[in-house]
Design a protein around this ligand. Sequence first.
Ligand SMILES: [Zn+2]
Length: 74
Amino acid sequence: MVKSNKVAELINKRHKIDIEIEDIQKECPHSNISVKSVRERLDSTTMVIRYICDECYLIVGIPNNDKLQKFLKQ
Ligand SMILES: [Zn+2]
């Protein structure tokens, strides 16, 4: 019982964190973005290259082929 209560507590906490992150991302002007390699989805191990906001870590776009090649050459 103690264990499942702990899990419920953690899920609840994670949900609150998700909402908090969403709020920050909604209000962020995404003024500083960089090309980064990120996981395609949270439950995925596939890495993809995206434009990520430096402030809120939201995926704001997909780099074109030119930018992609530049990033891969770094
Ligand atoms: Zn942002």
